[in-house]
Design a protein. Structure first.
Length: 152
């Protein structure tokens, strides 16, 4: 699997207060024997900064209105960005391990009758596997290098 550019890799804290470095989009944890399924949240810069500052969030305004945190799968992320964040710059793509969300993660029918992951609890900074800028170039959000290959 392709590695992320070191300049783009972010470090996140976990609940034990230690740091883990996400150097690959499909980063493996030591206690797992398989690749985790990552799900993705798109945040505006201020929403991402608020999560980093407080350590938890109930999500963006749409999440608060709906009562859960909206996520997308790797195959849904690009369309989600285009549909809900058209021409919005300053976004971040946040990756979360679906298994770590536990029973609070529900898969529900949404856009195009596809199943989307919805988190029925606050999203915590400890949930974040990695975060990457989602730049807008010529009206199209650019997924991180290696995203497409790593999500297949």
């Amino acid at each position: 699997m392709p590695a992320l550019s070191p300049a783009l890799a972010h470090t996140t804290g976990n609940s034990a207060g230690t740091l883990r470095h996400a150097s690959r989009l499909d980063a493996l944890t030591a206690d797992r024997h398989h690749d985790p399924m990552l799900i993705f949240k798109i945040f505006r810069t201020d929403e991402w900064q608020a999560l980093r500052a407080s350590g938890e969030t109930a999500g963006a305004p749409i999440d608060l209105a709906d009562g859960y945190v909206h996520f997308s799968t790797a195959t849904q992320a690009s369309e989600t960005a285009a549909k809900h964040f058209a021409n919005v710059d300053g976004l971040f793509l946040i990756a979360v391990n679906a298994e770590d969300a536990g029973d609070a993660l529900k898969w529900e029918v949404s856009r195009g009758d596809a199943l989307f992951p919805h988190l029925y609890r606050k999203l915590t900074l400890a949930d974040v596997v990695w975060a990457q800028p989602l730049p807008l170039i010529d009206g199209v959000h650019q997924l991180p290098p290696g995203f497409e290959e790593a999500s297949q």
